[in-house]
Design a protein around this ligand. Structure first.
Ligand code: ATP
Length: 360
């Protein structure tokens, strides 16, 4: 984890706005990203994160506001004249060229000699562990290998920042997890700023030094993975980053004895059969038990009129499908209850007996 406050600013967005017709896809975004940061823009589909990335790359022009890269205002500068490069989800490799020529392409455009550019391209391929694939065509590679070629091609020109638009989106889960590790290692070894767009909260938490959570063209919260998870400011962030139980004003009053909107993580709730428990307690009935391997997710209908999600790790409490309908007591510490700003845009319509949770 790097300390962004002690480093020079790589990318600065000031009051950045992009309208398409009447709709503000990006709505007054202010943001500073430091040199060497692994920074993620996380949000649901349509929240504006790709448009911000395209504004940084120069593929879009802002309606108003400015983009500065490494201390230089580049708002009206052409994409090829900015010190950044982009990796797309669909790889965008040239199918008729060998892997080596694909990687060397950006150096050729810059007028570098054949020997030098091939040497540099081989180094870049080595970094992504594809040295043995230099002579193949992109069609002879797997999806994960193609994305590594795209990474080699984007980094061989030594950009000061790399922009990545859902680069792992087309890969299956296992490969995705493997490439996440490789991406993190690549960013560390290059030491440059990575700006990573994703709608996958787990991926953002795994990779990032800091994350900006986007909602409706604005940054709803900016922070480290731990800050977002442990101190979400709104129901939107609490539900989008991890899973949360959200208590509205009325339920807060009934369960916590105070008004406002509150969030409680499923793993912070204990569950006992019958009615003995410490801390804040709430009786209820088990509605569903979902076995997940590493732990068990239990949905409980509280008598206070709210369905909550509880995560019971293996070995703590053993609940199974047979426990559906059993009377239980949910309990938690008041210190684990997070006070939220009143809802802006709830991710799901809150209604009684509905688990208010959302996973991307
Ligand atoms: P996704 O994860 O689906 O890519 P996103 O968060 O990256 O979503 P954007 O692609 O930035 O969202 O889009 C933000 C909003 O701007 C959306 O409502 C989208 O339809 C709109 N939009 C994006 N590009 C254009 C365009 N060229 N013309 C019109 N509207 C656009």
């Amino acid at each position: 984890m790097i300390d962004h406050t002690s480093r020079p600013v790589a990318i600065e967005l000031s009051a950045l706005t992009k309208r398409f017709g009447d709709m503000a896809a990006v709505d007054g975004v202010d943001l500073q990203i430091a040199e060497g940061e692994f920074f993620s823009m996380l949000g649901p589909s349509g929240s504006g994160k790709t448009t911000v990335l395209r504004l940084i790359a120069g593929f879009e022009q802002p309606t108003s506001g400015t983009v500065s890269l490494f201390g230089r205002d580049v708002t009206t500068v052409a994409p090829f004249d900015r010190d950044v490069n982009t990796v797309f989800q669909d790889y965008a490799l040239f199918p008729h060229m060998s892997v080596l020529d694909n990687v060397a392409y950006g150096l050729r455009v810059r007028g570098m000699s054949r020997i030098t550019r091939h040497a540099r391209a081989r180094e870049a391929l080595d970094r992504v562990r594809l040295a043995d694939f230099a002579d193949r065509k992109p069609t002879q590679l797997s999806g994960g290998q193609r994305q590594r070629v795209a990474l080699a091609r984007a980094t061989v020109v030594e950009p000061k920042a790399l922009l990545l638009d859902e680069p792992l989106g087309a890969l299956d889960l296992k490969l995705r997890e493997q490439l996440q590790v490789e991406l993190k290692e690549l960013q560390r070894s290059l030491g440059i700023t990575f700006i990573f767009v994703t709608h996958d909260q787990e991926e953002a938490l795994t990779l990032s030094d800091r994350i900006a959570v986007f909602n409706n063209g604005r940054i709803e919260q900016l922070g480290t993975p731990a800050e977002l998870y442990e101190r979400p400011v709104s129901p939107f962030v609490a539900s989008f980053v991890g899973t949360s139980n959200i208590f509205d004003d009325a339920v807060s009053l009934a369960l916590l004895g105070r008004r406002g909107t509150h969030s409680l993580r499923p793993e912070r709730i204990g569950l006992t059969v019958g009615d003995t428990a410490d801390g804040i307690t709430a009786p209820g009935t088990i509605a569903e038990v979902i076995y997940l391997g590493t732990n068990t997710r239990i949905l409980v209908d509280l008598d206070a009129g709210q369905r909550i999600t509880v995560l019971a790790p293996y070995g703590r409490e053993r609940f199974s499908d047979h426990d559906r309908g059993a009377r239980v007591t949910a309990s938690w510490r008041d210190a684990d209850v997070i006070s939220l700003q009143s809802p802006t845009t709830p991710p799901t319509a809150p209604s009684e007996k509905t688990p208010i949770e959302m996973r991307s």
